[in-house]
Write a protein that binds this ligand. Structure first.
Ligand code: HEC
Length: 123
């Protein structure tokens, strides 16, 4: 049974290293299509009328596109869109940045992790 235990320990440590949930960019893409794509563009860097483009959002400075008129609340944020910042914003946009123009939350932590994994791929 030793190899099994070793594999289980390895799997657990891999999970711990990448966050609490196994992230699935493919599942995240589906969630994104259903809940985010109505407003957000990911194919082109140009923002749409509803929302800033999310192409290349991972690692980008928060509220930094020049072709979108962000809320003062989001503009007041410093730093970049890391996995942790995205997770907090998407869990509750209005708690993260009271006054933000975006109110679409993803309440399920695993769904959030998947969407963030997907956002990393839209460079
Ligand atoms: C009803 C339209 C709408 C929907 C649906 C929507 N958003 Fe947004 N999103 C916005 C708007 C508007 C902003 C700009 C917010 C501001 O200026 O306060 C924004 C901002 C963002 C930002 C910050 C972008 C930047 O350039 O700093 C991220 C990340 C984001 N949304 C992710 C998502 C994800 C992921 C989903 C799907 C769960 C989603 N949004 C669904 C309208 C929307």
């Amino acid at each position: 049974m030793r190899p099994t235990i070793a594999a289980a320990v390895l799997a657990l440590s891999l999970t711990a290293a990448s966050g609490a949930y196994a992230q699935d960019a493919v599942a995240g893409k589906t969630t994104f299509a259903g809940r985010c794509a109505a407003c957000h563009q990911v194919e082109a860097a140009k923002s749409g009328p509803m929302a800033p483009s999310l192409k290349g959002v991972f690692g980008r400075k928060i509220a930094s596109l020049t072709d979108f008129n962000y809320s003062d609340a989001l503009k007041a944020k410093t730093g970049k869109w890391t996995a942790a910042e995205l997770d907090t914003y998407l869990a509750s946009p209005l708690k993260y940045a009271p006054g933000t123009k975006m109110f679409m939350a993803i309440t399920d932590a695993a769904d959030r992790a998947n969407v963030i994994a997907y956002l990393k791929t839209v460079k």
